[in-house]
Write a protein that binds this ligand. Structure first.
Ligand code: DAT
Length: 208
């Protein structure tokens, strides 16, 4: 299995606060223990962080920030989809001279502008216990209108509909993210799905 070049990227989508970033980090680590001979090892790409760090936006979204009462330190940028796609393309697939099979776990809340071909496993993370989601967003320090907007988005299936419109249903895993034990179950479900794409049986979780 050494030196495998089977293409595989995982997308983790869901509204803010649903648990994407927490899960993506754990999944990338667990994929390493599940498939130790798969190279390159799976790695987490936090798209929000990359956008902020590399300025892949068209400035501050003042109108949105004032509409939801966002604090100055909680800057919201106007997404520049072309810049994000260009920056991620190379990270996912390398260059013509040095192509990569991907092996990235990507997390972001807006998914309809990513090329469909990028992802072989798409995770739709849900927190349908809206009181739980409300508390997480409040705890994050979001102002009330922003908390309500995101909880409403979950109730109205906003990200879910984007995911279903953008990817084939055969590659979508819809998973709950309400309680801590969901994270372990979700990790293993994703590992199984990646194993099917890679054609490799996963090793058991050494910590499981
Ligand atoms: P996101 O990246 O979707 O915005 P996050 O990973 O930052 O979300 O998680 C938001 C908060 O919720 C954070 O404090 C961790 C917690 N959390 C995430 N998944 C959870 C789960 N399954 N059970 C309990 N808490 C969870």
């Amino acid at each position: 299995m050494a030196g495998t070049m089977q293409r595989c990227n995982v997308l983790i989508a869901g509204v803010p606060g649903v648990g994407k970033t927490s899960l993506a980090g754990r999944v990338a680590e667990r994929l390493g223990s599940a498939f130790p001979s798969v190279t390159p090892a799976f790695d987490h790409l936090d798209v929000g962080k990359i956008i902020a760090a590399e300025g892949l936006h068209d400035g501050v979204d003042e109108a949105y920030m004032s509409a939801v009462g966002a604090l100055p330190q909680d800057t919201v940028h106007i997404l520049n989809e072309d810049k994000v796609v260009d920056a991620l393309e190379e990270r996912l697939w390398g260059t013509a001279a040095a192509p990569s099979p991907g092996h990235k776990v990507v997390d972001f809340h807006t998914v309809d502008f990513f090329p469909e071909r990028w992802f072989q496993v798409v995770v739709l993370l849900r927190c349908i216990e809206t009181a739980v989601l409300f508390e997480r967003l409040e705890h994050r320090g979001y102002p009330l209108p922003k908390v309500q907007e995101n909880v409403q988005a979950e109730i109205m299936d906003v990200v879910a509909n984007d995911v279903r419109d953008s990817y084939d249903e055969s590659i979508i895993l819809e998973l709950p993210s309400v309680k801590p034990s969901d994270m372990d179950d979700n990790c293993e479900a994703i590992v199984e799905a990646v194993g099917r794409v890679l054609g490799v049986a996963p090793l058991p979780d050494p910590e499981g």
